[in-house]
Design a protein. Structure first.
Length: 348
């Protein structure tokens, strides 16, 4: 597998654990090289159109041990070979986080190895180092996921600065909510992306909310879809969706992509940075990748995007973030707890 640039950390064997939402994941990095990455996604939530926290924590409880065993097995190591444990500490769903954090603390205590609690968004940002050429620094990073939409800078020493964020819904949340309005399965992002491929992005002009600076607002576009369909009675609406579902998906997606791109281009102009990263679940969106890539290249820059398997929640990014901290000699006490609203520590 890849050598993810985790410093000259020889004789290290780090287990990463991710349980912040509805994916149970474990990964192993040996001497900075990713040896395994196992993800068990929960299908229990599909009938509910969104994640049900109680079901998510119960499913993590059932899946975590087999997922960790599979990650160790695929990496060809035993638990006793581990030299460190990295776990997502927050932000996320409290019950889900507690399953991963409690397990990681017990394992670290039992094996007598250091523990690091990783901020989930640090993991997404570090996913840019998993494979391919690492982005040059300073980097502008667009974090766009189910729970977050943020624009950050990462300087040469890895320090982060927040430039802007969404004032209401995250972009992934907008995809999921609009998918629910259209009667599509959860998670809605991949479904809309697929349907949009055969739709007309100019079919309907959804409003583009544009704020000064680097902030976003995605609540208006969701309401706009509700009003658009709400003006029809049930049979008319069914006939309209039968004919124009793909067009609506393409038009909605185009508006979200337009909105996401504007602050990034503004930040490129104002900072002069040419290296741009796109991370988080929505970075899997084909239209966003293509359009942001063209905009960045048109300005002499380069867009870095993780491989698709490391865009969505995964433990490889958590193992890597933890490995980087362990390499710097950092670790956390066994008294750390799951933090559903963990603020980001902007230092490297
Ligand atoms: N191809 C795609 N197009 C658009 N959105 C997508 C695509 N694939 C996944 N998504 C969206 O990505 C989100 C999931 O991303 P991720 O797993 O990183 O979020 P999360 O972990 O729930 O939130 P956070 O990372 O903010 O805690 C969902 O909202 C999903 O709809
Ligand atoms: Mg995530």
């Amino acid at each position: 597998m890849f050598s993810p640039n985790c410093g000259n950390d020889e004789n290290s064997c780090v287990l990463g654990i991710e349980t912040s939402c509805d994916d149970t994941a474990a990964a192993v990095l040996v001497d900075g090289v990713l040896r395994s990455s196992i993800i068990s996604s929960q299908s229990e939530h599909i009938p509910f159109g969104g994640v049900v926290p109680e079901l998510a924590s119960r499913a993590h409880d059932r899946h975590l041990v087999p997922v960790v065993e599979a990650a160790l097995h695929e990496a060809g190591i035993q638990a006793g070979d581990l030299t460190g444990i990295a776990v997502t500490r927050g932000p996320g769903l409290i019950g889900s986080l507690m399953v991963g954090v409690s397990f990681a603390k017990s394992l670290a205590a039992g094996l007598g190895v250091p523990l690091v609690g990783v901020h989930h968004l640090d993991g997404h940002i570090d996913s840019l180092l998993l494979g391919g050429t690492p982005p040059e620094r300073p980097t502008l990073v667009l974090v766009v996921s189910g729970g977050h939409t943020q624009l950050m800078t990462v300087n040469a020493s890895g320090e982060r600065q927040l430039l802007g964020k969404t004032r209401d819904d995250a972009a992934g949340e907008a995809f999921d909510k609009v998918a629910a309005i259209l009667g599509l399965d959860y998670p809605g992002g991949p479904v809309i992306d697929r349907l949009a491929m055969t739709g007309n992005p100019s079919f309907h002009a959804f409003p583009r909310t544009r704020l000064a600076g680097y902030d976003w607002s995605f609540s208006g576009i969701k309401t706009s879809m509700l009003y658009h369909l709400g003006s029809m009675d049930a049979p008319a609406r069914a006939a309209y969706l039968e004919k124009h579902l793909q067009d609506l998906c393409a038009s909605f997606q185009e508006a979200v992509v337009d909105m996401l791109i504007t602050p990034v281009v503004r930040a490129m102009k104002q900072t002069g940075f040419r290296s741009v990263g796109l991370v988080g679940g929505v970075s899997a969106n084909s239209r966003l990748r293509a359009r942001l890539g063209s905009e960045v290249e048109a300005r002499g820059g380069h867009l870095h995007v993780p491989e698709l398997s490391y865009s969505m929640d995964n433990a490889a990014m958590i193992a890597l973030s933890g490995c980087l901290r362990l390499t710097r000699g950092e670790q956390d006490p066994l008294s750390i707890t799951a933090q559903p609203s963990l603020p980001m520590d902007l230092r490297p």
